[in-house]
Design a protein around this ligand. Structure first.
Ligand SMILES: Cc1ncc(COP(=O)(O)O)c(C=O)c1O
Length: 495
């Protein structure tokens, strides 16, 4: 019975107690704390131990049985199924670790079997609304036949733009159908803006650290990037104004909500001030809204575009995190005076975004199915987010700095000075855990002790297991360093 004493059920939570209990036991099974053929405590004993009603335990055991995690033997009780695939700790050899590091430096991760992947902020495929999409694609094919496969107009499928106008209006953004441009993902949005605006040597201002895909898009246009440090509530605005005054940048690229990689959100005052500064110096702002929908505890996840009364924000919306990245679909809301430049840039990039996908997505939105999916995905991510916060507070050593975000999928950490993220990364890879080293997100790759953990593709039990292990690794590295330091400071006789 002892191992069940660690189960914590919270009667204040909105989630039913039997679901909490089911999840706790499931985690214990998947983490290998309960072994195949082990008997679960009898219902009455478990109920007494946890001070809950027997029905709660019965229902939890039923859910576990439905998932095949346990089975009943008549007259003997409930047993853990031995056929379960647990999170085995596969040893990884040195070569694999080195190759993984090389790949990471190029912005990729090769997923090993059972790897706990904190590195990529890509949602897991189990969250995708595949059946709903199958249905709308079939409907589009029956309805539009070959037309679904002709070139779509570069600006985007008109009915989709109409429905996106409503979508943006629900988020406080006033857009005209004419000013909405469909894009093949937010990355393309950044790229075509760079193409339309930037000449070799032009200045662009970004946050530091920032999204690697944007840094690369601006650099490939030969832009000179000025990076401005992020504070806990957004960019350092005094520095922003000075840099704008001195360099007259063409663009300012920012993520005001749940910034990637830091998770930082701008305060309402900073959002307002940025608008004022950019108005004063006539700088266009690119607002990359890749995630403002996933606001779990924030009171203000409003977009800059919603307070843009001068039409100076180029708003980019990605659907990759809340729907499916493989759709390659997003949209821009573009200030009127620059609309044509961007349309030309889009046309010369890929002529148009897939007509079939646009039509299917339009149907998906117009049927309202997306609301159900959004509620589901929000709940799933929130569960992961809460588990992450719990694990950070429980396991992460006190000399590792972090600022908890109020939503989104990314968590940002700063190691103590004497531990390098390179050492942490190597040690983590050896334990089959992937993290995103922070230097990837800085312009000069020179920040040695930050890292980002993303929860997008992890189940709660993987978060639990991964965070516990990572904390042990950090403590181990710290201990090694302390030992080394103490050796360096002692005088040893040379014998
Ligand atoms: C901040 C940010 N912008 C844009 C993108 C690219 O999104 P998409 O898949 O829509 O191209 C990403 C992807 O992770 C991102 O993190």
């Amino acid at each position: 019975m002892k191992k069940y004493e660690s189960i914590m059920l919270n009667k204040e939570e909105s989630q039913h107690l039997y679901i909490q209990l089911y999840k706790s036991i499931k985690d214990m099974i998947l983490l290998g704390q309960l072994l195949g053929e082990e008997r679960l405590p009898p219902v009455r004993k478990m109920a007494e131990l946890l001070s809950v009603n027997s029905v709660t335990v019965v229902k939890a055991y039923q859910l576990l049985e439905q998932e095949g995690l346990v089975y009943k033997r008549i007259g003997s009780g409930t047993f853990i199924s031995s056929a379960i695939i647990r999170q085995a700790q596969l040893p990884t050899d040195v070569d694999t670790t080195a190759q993984q590091e090389d790949l990471l430096n190029q912005g990729h991760i090769r997923l090993e079997r059972n790897m706990i992947n904190f590195a990529s902020a890509t949602p897991s495929a189990d969250l995708f609304p595949v059946e709903d999409f199958k249905q709308v694609i079939n409907e589009v094919l029956d309805r539009d036949k070959g037309n679904a496969f002709t070139y779509q107009e570069s600006q985007g499928y008109y009915p989709l733009r109409c429905i996106l106008k409503e979508y943006t209006a629900n988020h406080g953004i006033k857009a005209d159908v004419e000013n909405i441009q469909i894009i093949s993902g937010a990355q393309q949005g950044i790229d075509i803006i760079a193409k339309a605006f930037l000449n070799y040597g032009d200045y662009v201002i970004m946050e530091s650290p920032s999204y690697t895909g944007a840094i690369a898009a601006f650099q490939t246009r030969g832009a000179r990037i000025i990076d401005i440090p992020l504070e806990e509530n957004g960019m350092d605005l005094a520095m922003l104004e000075t840099k704008i005054k001195n360099h007259q940048p063409k663009l300012l690229y920012i993520m005001p909500n749940f910034q990637n990689p830091t998770g930082v959100s701008y305060s309402a005052e900073k959002k307002q001030r940025i608008m004022e500064i950019c108005k004063k110096y006539k700088v266009y702002i690119i607002e990359d809204d890749y995630l403002s929908d996933l606001s779990f505890y924030s009171k203000d996840n409003s977009t800059l575009k919603s307070i843009d009364n001068m039409d100076q924000v180029i708003y980019i919306k990605s659907f990759s995190k809340i729907f499916m990245p493989g759709l390659r679909l997003g949209f821009l809301v573009i200030p009127k005076q620059i609309y044509n430049n961007l349309l030309v840039a889009k046309h010369t990039s890929d002529i148009s975004t897939s007509g079939l996908i646009q039509r299917a997505f339009q149907l998906y939105l117009s049927k309202g199915i997306w609301r159900r999916h959004l509620a589901y995905i929000e709940a799933s991510y929130k569960e992961r987010f809460d588990k992450m916060v719990e694990c950070i507070e429980r396991y992460i050593p006190s000399d590792v700095h972090y600022h908890l975000p109020k939503g989104g999928l990314n968590f940002w950490f700063k190691l103590p000075k004497n531990i390098s993220v390179k050492a942490l990364n190597e040690a983590a890879l050896r334990e089959n855990i992937a993290i995103a080293p922070g230097y990837l997100f800085f312009l000069n790759n020179n920040q040695a002790n930050y890292f980002r953990l993303s929860i997008a593709s992890l189940k709660t039990y993987e978060i639990q297991q991964g965070m516990k292990k990572l904390a042990e690794i950090i403590k181990g590295l710290q201990l090694n360093k302390d030992l080394q330091d103490s050796r360096e400071n002692t005088l040893n006789p040379i014998l």
